[in-house]
Design a protein around this ligand. Structure first.
Ligand SMILES: *[C@@H]1O[C@H](CO)[C@@H](O)[C@H](O)[C@H]1NC(C)=O
Ligand SMILES: *[C@@H]1O[C@H](CO)[C@@H](O)[C@H](O)[C@H]1NC(C)=O
Ligand SMILES: *[C@@H]1O[C@H](CO)[C@@H](O)[C@H](O)[C@H]1NC(C)=O
Ligand SMILES: *[C@@H]1O[C@H](CO)[C@@H](O)[C@H](O)[C@H]1NC(C)=O
Ligand SMILES: *[C@@H]1O[C@H](CO)[C@@H](O)[C@H](O)[C@H]1NC(C)=O
Length: 375
């Protein structure tokens, strides 16, 4: 044995690019950071335009992982962008997008909103920000529960590789996995890098170079996220990535149970009442939280004429996941009724409604005259 190099049992094993399969996707719809523009819109048409621009985005995101839309002119002008990260299935994209769409109305009547989730992103502004890739709000969130021991180099390499590859990949998305274990300690690294589709390749590259140098500062902590104006990156020692869509199991069959059948909006308009729109948004947010774990949810927000009642129900037989997908579709469709006093959406697997106190008063008068009127 003399003179030979001995490889001990603590040798570091690094196997690159092994992908772990998952039977079901994770929409990663936790909100990481929400920022609102402090400047307030002065035009009464701004909120109705916000609703319209988001309605457009909601339609486009159904068939794509990214969407942009522009509405209005002058003080009503609004630009919106939504992006799902590349490893989400179409269904998971819809669920994540719905959570993001439900989070941003708190910013109204601010002229801008921006929300990062672990699986998707939305930004709205009163100016064209589509080509911005950096800004004063670029930030990094480091985990602080576990640390890497000796596998720092493989972590750093996987992060650099993801940042290098995403700009030239389809969808500006890259994922990297570096499996590593030291003795009994698992020191694997999972990385995701994603640029918004409105950037050009060099601008995406620049964004991810900055993002990767930002998250390097999280090391040796084993979790880091970079939230930049034009891109998102994350690395972790736990596997947060969804199965590679090219390996099948992209969709999970919930789709047939979340088709829109009909949307009925009230005829009456409340477009000058900012508080009503805010309360409606809050009611949707409250219902959204409840529907994550239940097939039924109600919410009451606000007071007097601006009071909003919301209700959602998934039909029996839907799995939790199917219900999540159906309520995601409902949550992104119903707000399109604004600025009217409310509305209902009927889908194949669920039902959702939201109404102002005013609309309910009218309906009560109506159903008093029509015994058995369905309310
Ligand atoms: C940064 O965030 C603040 C709110 O936290 C917002 O007022 C400001 O407009 C944002 N700046 C940019 C450049 O997006
Ligand atoms: C890419 O976009 C940036 C920002 O809009 C711009 O300054 C740059 O000239 C563009 N580069 C190319 C090669 O088109
Ligand atoms: C969100 O990001 C902004 C801009 O970087 C930062 O000022 C703020 O503290 C962050 N908020 C949270 C809750 O992390
Ligand atoms: C870890 O981060 C959390 C949240 O930012 C903070 O409250 C806590 O004090 C941190 N713990 C350590 C050990 O730094
Ligand atoms: C480390 O743990 C992950 C699960 O988090 C697993 O997929 C991977 O195989 C483990 N790596 C090794 C080398 O055991």
């Amino acid at each position: 044995m003399k003179g030979t190099v001995q490889i001990t049992s603590s040798a570091i094993m690094i196997i690159l690019l092994l992908v772990v399969d998952r039977s079901e996707g994770d929409p990663r719809s936790q909100v990481l950071n929400l920022t609102c523009s402090q400047q307030r819109a002065t035009s009464a048409n701004f909120i109705p335009n916000f609703v319209r621009v988001m309605e457009e985005i909601s339609t486009r995101i159904q068939t794509s992982h990214r969407a942009t839309a522009v509405m209005g002119t002058g003080p009503d002008l609004i630009y919106a962008l939504a992006e799902c990260y590349g490893d989400l299935s179409a269904d998971d994209c819809m669920i994540c997008y719905a959570a993001a769409r439900t989070a941003i109305p708190v910013c109204l009547p601010g002229v801008g909103s921006q929300v990062f989730l672990d699986g998707c992103f939305i930004r709205t502004q009163n100016y064209n920000f589509f080509e911005e890739n950096a800004g004063s709000n670029d930030t990094v969130i480091c985990g602080n529960t576990t640390r890497y021991g000796v596998s720092l180099d493989s972590a750093r390499q996987a992060i650099s590789d993801a940042a290098r590859d995403a700009p030239t990949n389809r969808d500006y998305f890259a994922r990297k996995v570096a499996l590593a274990s030291v003795g009994t300690v698992n020191e694997s690294t999972y990385v995701l890098a994603d640029c918004w589709g409105t950037l050009n390749e060099s601008s995406c590259k620049e964004c991810l170079e900055r993002a990767s140098s930002s998250i390097f500062r999280c090391l040796p902590w084993s979790e880091g996220r970079a939230l930049h104006t034009g891109c998102f990156m994350r690395y972790s020692n736990t596997n947060f990535l969804n199965a590679d869509p090219t390996r099948g199991n992209t969709n999970n069959g919930g789709n047939a149970k979340s088709q829109l059948i009909q949307r009925n909006c009230e005829n009456q308009q409340l477009n000058t009442r900012t508080d009503f729109s805010l309360n409606f948004g809050q009611a949707m947010a409250d219902i959204s939280t409840k529907m994550e774990t239940s097939h039924f949810g109600t919410a009451v927000t606000g007071t007097k004429a601006d009071k909003v009642y919301g209700l959602a129900q998934c039909y029996g037989g839907l799995s939790t996941r199917e219900c999540n997908l159906c309520s995601a579709e409902a949550l992104t469709t119903l707000p399109g009724c604004l600025p009217s006093t409310g509305g209902r959406v009927y889908l194949t697997g669920c039902f959702m409604r939201g109404h102002s106190q005013l609309a309910l008063d009218c309906m009560e008068a109506f159903s008093a005259r029509n015994i058995g009127g369905a309310f």
